[in-house]
Design a binder for this molecule. Structure first.
Ligand code: FES
Length: 312
């Protein structure tokens, strides 16, 4: 006697609800329903273009088979990313989203070498988010010879990067006059904030040393900076820009950290952290002040802690 296989439905966000039987893979069901999931290797777990993000009821999917496990490990996919060509549906209310939606998306996520370790995407984590900016940079550039500016910037950034890395942080972006770093990819949020704050103090004391023993003496210049730190959930992943893989870390908590850094001018204090970050500190600094500040994009005033010094 033939046993009838179960049928379920799966929601593919923004594209429809499709019937899926246990006999077929998610890819086969999607193609039958005219949802054009890419499948460059023909469904053999050799390309990853069919990957989907599982948004709900991941437990109602078949566990990854050996082929999928191998590819997922190689490309460091988080557990909520599955290959549609290897996945079967075993239960109700599954919701997925296609990741690769057109040909240009393929080049965003898939390198020529599928084994590159930088292909990890879309990981959400609670992190310490660190922004630093050099004060009065434009005026400084305008009044200096370009080679002097480059020399000073090099010296500054060597110190900044060294201190961030010594404290287990990762630089996400640098601009001419600032940087954005993240702490906590490999640590819990408490440790991440401890490291981020330690990096901030270490940078400030390194800068004091540079000002006293170098910039003042050789350039008659004092450099000041502002640092803002927030803690919160952010999404980190790699995107391909041309031939390069770039890490991005985004989210509302990141925007708040950037705005805190901006607020250092208004609050006349060179090191500001949010209350969310402060409460995670294992040993808060002895000297600090606290106040509330309104930030763009944040509905109510935010409590912040001023850990640094006034500007000169
Ligand atoms: S189609 Fe290539 S891995 Fe699924």
């Amino acid at each position: 006697m033939m046993i009838e296989k179960e049928h379920y439905v799966v929601e593919v966000t923004g594209e429809g609800i499709i019937p899926v039987s246990e006999k077929e893979t998610l890819l086969e069901a999607a193609l039958l329903a005219r949802i054009p999931i890419f499948h460059e290797c023909g469904g053999n777990a050799r390309c990853s273009t069919c990957r989907v993000l599982v948004l709900e009821e991941a437990h109602a999917l078949s566990p990854p088979n050996e082929k999928e496990k191998m590819l997922s490990d190689q490309m460091r996919f988080p557990p909520n990313v599955r290959l549609a060509c290897q996945t079967r549906v075993k239960g109700k209310d599954v919701k997925v989203s296609r990741i690769i939606r057109d040909k240009s998306d393929i080049s965003l996520y898939v390198g020529s070498n599928a084994g590159e370790s930088t292909q990890q995407i879309g990981e959400e984590k609670e992190l310490a988010l660190f922004f630093l900016d050099i004060r009065n940079f434009t005026a400084f550039v305008e009044t200096r010879f370009p080679f002097d500016v480059i020399h000073i910037i090099r010296k500054l950034f060597t110190t900044f990067l060294e201190k961030v890395e010594q404290n287990h942080g990762k630089i996400i972006e640098t601009s001419g006059d600032g940087l954005y770093a993240v702490f906590g990819f490999d640590q819990d949020p408490e440790t991440a904030v401890d490291w981020a704050v330690k990096a901030g103090f270490s940078i400030l004391s390194g800068l004091e040393d540079l000002n006293e023993n170098y910039f003042k003496i050789y350039f008659n210049q004092i450099i000041e900076i502002g640092i803002g730190i927030n803690a919160g959930i952010a999404v980190g992943g790699n995107i391909r820009l041309g031939k390069e893989n770039r890490m991005v870390v985004m989210g509302h908590a990141v925007n708040i950290a950037a705005r805190l850094q901006n607020a250092t001018k208004e609050l006349n204090n060179n090191f500001i952290i949010s209350a969310d970050a402060f409460k995670l500190l294992s040993t808060p600094p002895h000297h600090y002040q606290t106040t509330f500040i309104s930030l763009k994009g944040v509905s109510s005033p935010l409590q912040v802690y001023l850990l640094g010094e006034h500007y000169l």
